[in-house]
Design a protein around this ligand. Structure first.
Ligand code: KIV
Ligand code: ZN
Length: 387
């Protein structure tokens, strides 16, 4: 099995389903071009049957982007599949993503159907999609809660019908990492024709486990991961692209690699956040405003001695510029001295002691101390610029 992991970005489909995050076609093209520059392998550009604007978006993205595979979502219904194929007509490399429910819960309460009928519908849908495009991905919705034996049966049938990729979504974000990993392993070991398809992981974050579950799936044999910029998506979101790619890059021992140009991550995170009007939480891994900010005295002193005392990722690697030393009432002398040196002040020990005393009073009053405060502080303690 190859160790190359394919990055399938669904920011413009699952991500865009978030209320208030809808983008128009022009905005989607801008994001799609940036995803191409980032190096994603597949862009899920939309759900063409869902609206005329989504159809147009998939069509226009197909024209605007040439490297990644462009994928369109459809239910396992002929009209949906045909519409997806029509929307993808200009794509240089195209994929139809079709599927239906695999858990007994979905079969009974959503489809009001039976296992046997679902198997037939799945096979028919994949065969029809295959008659229109070569690359067909099948999703077994709610696979996270599905019986593994039935799931394996469904996956074997759709691969025989022509599916090139089989997506095993944890649609409700229910699984624990070891359970999800075991499910993927079970498919690797029990689906006779599994070598003819790529297994894809698609995890939701309802319990905050989307990234952990995706990683567990990859470790157990999946080779495609479905994710979004900033982890946006239905409810608590999807697996965050930046997290999964930086985990694989940081833990080279896993032996899994991808082609993402990681220095594009922070700028793209900012672009998506701005366009979708969806702020990124400051403590978000990799792309949060505080991901490389240090504010307590002990950490600041450690980082100033050697960045790797408290950082496992070089912020430059993810396009975040440099680490920042934030001045608060928890900061120490080393941090104050460092920030003053950036402004051109060189203080001897007695001056620094005096400045630090005044600094603590200011920091208690203002919480975050910025450059204006530092200039005032230097005037108060009578120190001029020396560098
Ligand atoms: O979460 C899910 O199951 C999905 C499918 C449509 C792939 O988004
Ligand atoms: Zn999803």
């Amino acid at each position: 099995m190859s160790n190359r992991v394919y990055i399938f970005d669904t920011t413009l489909r699952d991500g865009e389903q978030v209320p208030g995050c809808q983008l128009n076609t022009d905005e989607k093209i801008i994001v799609a071009k940036e995803l191409e520059a980032l190096g994603v392998d597949i862009i899920e550009a939309g759900f063409p049957i869902s609206s005329p604007e989504d159809f147009r978006s998939v069509q226009e993205i197909s024209k605007a982007v040439s490297e990644p595979v462009i994928c369109g979502l459809s239910r396992a219904v002929e009209k949906d599949i045909q519409t997806a194929a029509d929307a993808l007509v200009y794509a240089k490399r195209k994929r139809i993503h079709t599927g239906l429910g695999a858990s007994d819960f979905h079969i009974e309460h959503k489809f009001r159907s039976t296992r046997a009928e679902m198997l037939e519908r799945a096979e028919r849908a994949v065969k029809f999609a295959k008659s229109l495009v070569e690359d067909v991905e099948f999703f077994a919705e709610d696979a996270g809660r599905a019986d593994p034996v039935f799931l394996a049966q469904m996956i074997e049938i759709v691969i025989a019908a022509g599916a090139t990729v089989v997506n095993i979504p944890d649609t409700t974000g229910y699984c624990l990492p070891h359970e999800y990993g075991a499910k993927i392993k079970y498919l690797v070991e029990n689906v006779k024709n599994i070598h003819r398809a790529t297994i894809s992981v698609h995890c939701h974050n309802d319990l905050g486990l989307a990234t952990a579950n995706s990683l567990s799936g990859l470790i157990n044999g999946a080779r495609q991961v479905e994710c979004t910029i900033n982890g946006i998506g239905e409810r608590a979101g999807n697996t965050s692209l930046e997290e999964v790619v930086m985990i694989l890059k940081t833990h080279q021992k896993l032996g899994l690699h991808h082609q993402i140009k990681t220095d594009h991550l922070t700028p793209l995170s900012n672009l998506v956040s701005r366009m979708m009007r969806m702020p990124v939480q400051p403590n978000k891994a990799i792309v949060g405003k505080n991901a490389f900010a240090h504010s307590s005295g002990i950490h600041q002193d450690g980082v100033l001695k050697n960045r790797e005392n408290y950082e496992i990722i070089d912020p430059g690697q993810v396009g975040a510029g440099a680490s920042s030393i934030v001045l608060t009432a928890r900061s120490g002398r080393a941090a104050l001295n460092y920030r003053l040196s950036l402004l051109g002040y060189q203080l001897d020990k007695p001056e620094l002691d005096r400045a630090y005393e005044q600094f603590l009073l200011l920091a208690d009053q203002y919480k975050n101390i910025d450059e204006k405060h530092l200039e005032t502080l230097m005037r108060q303690v009578g120190v001029g610029i020396t560098a």
